[in-house]
Ligand binder design. Structure first.
Ligand code: HEM
Length: 167
């Protein structure tokens, strides 16, 4: 005798109800938006944040367009090392106007990082071509690379630094 499907069996009835319940959950998902963001994935992606989270656009900077990002008045803080621009806003204590390394804010910090000095003389005038760093010793280059590693692990890379006349 071939097996036949009958609803009179309690197991089958339960199975059909179970399937119907999940079909209606798929076809008619709950659309009520919770008041608070969900802390775990449960009911699908029906929750929308109130606003889009901040985004970061990878941008080409020159020494002049980088300068305004010096963190004065609470704004974003960027600095460049060997052509890579980092958003170091999270390190405001270091790079803000009162920070120990505030000189680097909005500037090409390559030479200072290489020579382990935050003196103002380490910075190239923003009207001048980019510092080619050709006179650095191999130890200084290694030191600078060490800082690039540190910054890459800690901050977001948000652009590259090019010559003023390159854009
Ligand atoms: C007077 C000597 C110095 C002292 C006492 C000092 C102290 C410190 C301290 C306590 C930190 C924080 C470390 C951490 O929490 O991870 C730090 C980080 C740092 N220091 Fe110094 N430092 C000195 C000299 C310098 C110099 C000469 C430079 C020049 C390049 C420099 C560049 C930095 C940088 C770039 C950071 C990393 C900040 C960050 O993570 O954003 N420091 N320093």
């Amino acid at each position: 005798m071939s097996p036949s499907f009958t609803l009179s069996s309690p197991v089958n009835t339960a199975l059909v109800l179970y399937i119907l319940y999940y079909v209606q959950r798929v076809l008619l998902p709950r659309t009520k938006i919770p008041d608070t963001p969900p802390s775990e994935f449960k009911g699908g992606y029906s929750w929308m944040p109130k606003s889009h989270p901040p985004t970061l656009l990878f941008t080409t900077y020159t020494t002049k367009t980088l300068l305004p990002f010096d963190g004065v008045n609470g704004g974003r803080i960027l600095l460049a090392i060997a052509g890579t621009v980092f958003d170091v806003t999270a390190g405001r204590n270091f790079y803000g106007p009162d920070g120990m390394y505030g000189n680097f804010a909005g500037r090409d910090a390559s030479r200072g990082m290489a020579k382990q000095s935050f003196d103002i003389e380490m910075l190239t005038d923003i009207d001048q071509p980019l510092d080619k760093l050709e006179d650095l010793t191999s130890d200084e280059i290694e030191n600078m690379k060490g800082w690039i590693d540190h910054f890459s692990n800690k901050y977001i890379i948000c652009g590259r630094l090019v010559e003023n006349d390159a854009v």
